[in-house]
Design a protein around this ligand. Structure first.
Ligand SMILES: [Zn+2]
Length: 495
């Protein structure tokens, strides 16, 4: 049994997500934000924190933060203030991080997400809507990185790479609204997809451009005060976050009776457990004060309206529309709106198919997405353009090729990039739907099988399959099976 479903205890979780905004240059200087460049090659006096260097705000970061805030249902403040968050760490040469504190960029959001219970194998069931209150989304700069691996003498030296110092982040903080690790998991996935959807962030946890922290506590059911809180950091995948919360809740319940504890714990991926951070790492006293080198950040109502108007239809509403407009199931609609590129692809393909919405959904879900996944490419880079997939669905609907042939054609379209019609023609695949031609083959098969015919007519109806097989074989698989069935029934009855 999951600890959080333990009848006596209730789990309380709040989340902080840091998302790197997809700007090409840093938030307060012109250095590149490119990932994977030579260490310390993308630095300048501003992001190195040299004395006298002055930050200048990158407006693109503000636009992307606005997209993120609106996509998550937050209210944008027309005036916000940058603040210095003071702490010492080797990857922070200035001795402070420019962040926002008591007057953040945006606040007071209510986000509706879908969440589900999971069985022991982790399979979701009973999806239901949940409202999450988002306290704030503010802008800040990232710190650099300490490197402890892959360089000479790492046992004796620490290395510091400041390429990441000054990349723009949106920090997104929720109220303690989650009651299970899976709710937290579904929320982070929702946020990740929303940020990608509006182009605000790549939100790729493996590259480190989406990071989360969880504040976890447990209390006896029915109590109103919160239990002692534990912070979980260094959670570098959504699944690890879920597991870390699960582990922590379990540990917490077991030890709660022996006195409270307030500590920050790190998730150790290798050991699948949490361990305490060193005490000096957890003492927060950041002595925030307004950043004297930057003016207040001002945005107009018109700017906010413009950003709002430029946002695409979001995944939730789009999935709902897919269900209503195209008659898709919830599972189909959810999968087809998992990424914006897939949803766009789907709608373009439906149109080209002549309106076969469910057939197109099936071809994308069961065939195309598998090919894309095997090849490791995104829908917008698919070697089969959406109109061509629609054309393939149409060829099948019109009876020109069978569904089985269609699968082979799709695989070849994927590897060669050729249109469906060209492959069908090259391979001579065109399905025979001409009844005269099919009748002719049927007559030959019947004439060549007098024994089977007699047995069939004397009641051995299972032999029908034998005749279908013979006709398909004689037509080299090209006869339209539906017409073969119809004509055969007719012929075997009347002759
Ligand atoms: Zn710089």
């Amino acid at each position: 049994m999951q600890p959080e479903t333990n009848n006596n205890w209730e789990t309380i979780i709040g989340l902080e997500v840091h998302a790197q905004l997809s700007t090409e240059s840093k938030i307060f200087c012109r250095c590149s934000t490119r990932f994977g460049d030579e260490p310390n090659s993308n630095t300048c006096p501003v992001c190195l924190g040299l004395p006298g260097a002055l930050p200048v705000l990158n407006w693109r970061a503000v636009e992307l933060a606005a997209r993120a805030a609106l996509a998550l249902g937050l209210h944008i403040n027309e005036r916000s203030i940058f603040a210095r968050k003071n702490y010492f760490y080797p990857d922070l040469p200035k001795g402070y991080q420019i962040s926002q504190y008591d007057q953040p960029f945006s606040a007071d959001g209510v986000l509706e997400i879908m969440t589900a219970d999971r069985d022991e194998a982790g399979h979701a069931h009973d999806w239901k809507p949940m409202r999450v209150r988002i306290t704030r989304l503010h802008l800040e700069e990232d710190a650099g990185k300490n490197v402890h691996e892959g360089l000479p003498d790492v046992d004796r030296f620490s290395y510091i790479d400041l390429n990441r110092a000054g990349t723009p982040l949106a920090e997104i903080v929720t109220e303690p609204d989650f009651r299970s690790s899976w709710e937290a998991y579904d929320y982070v996935n929702h946020v990740r997809r929303a940020l990608q959807w509006v182009g605000a962030s790549e939100a790729d946890m493996e590259k480190g451009n989406l990071r989360c922290e969880a504040n976890v506590s447990v209390r006896k059911k029915g109590e109103n005060v919160f239990g002692t809180k534990v912070e979980l950091k260094n959670l570098n995948s959504v699944r690890f976050m879920q597991k870390a919360i699960e582990f922590e809740v379990d540990r917490h319940i077991k030890t709660l009776e022996s006195g409270g504890l307030q500590e920050t714990r790190l998730w150790d991926e290798r050991l699948s457990e949490t361990r305490p951070m060193r005490s000096k790492e957890e003492a927060h006293d950041y002595r925030y004060f307004p950043e004297p080198d930057l003016p207040p950040l001002l945005v107009t109502g018109e700017f906010i309206e413009d950003v709002k108007g430029s946002l695409p239809e979001m995944p939730g509403p789009r999935a709902k529309r897919f269900i209503e407009q195209y008659g898709l199931s919830f599972a189909d609609a959810s999968q087809l709106t998992a990424e914006r590129s897939v949803a766009d692809y789907y709608e373009a393909a439906v149109e080209a198919s002549g309106g076969n919405a469910r057939g197109t959904a099936n071809w994308i879900r069961s065939e195309l997405l598998r090919e894309l996944e095997n090849a490791g490419i995104a829908a917008e880079e698919s070697p089969i353009p959406a109109p061509e997939l629609g054309a393939l669905v149409r060829l099948i609907d019109e009876g020109k090729i069978s569904g089985k042939q269609g699968k082979d054609v799709l695989v070849e379209m994927f590897s060669s990039g050729k249109p469906a019609a060209a492959i069908v023609e090259e391979r001579g695949l065109v399905q025979v739907s001409d009844t005269g031609e099919i009748d002719h083959v049927i007559d030959e098969v019947i004439a060549a099988s007098p024994n089977q015919l007699e047995q069939y007519r004397s009641g051995k109806e299972a032999l029908f399959g034998f005749f279908v097989g013979q006709v398909m074989k004689a037509s080299k698989g090209k006869a339209n099976p539906k017409i073969v069935n119809e004509r055969l029934r007719e012929k075997l009855k009347n002759e």
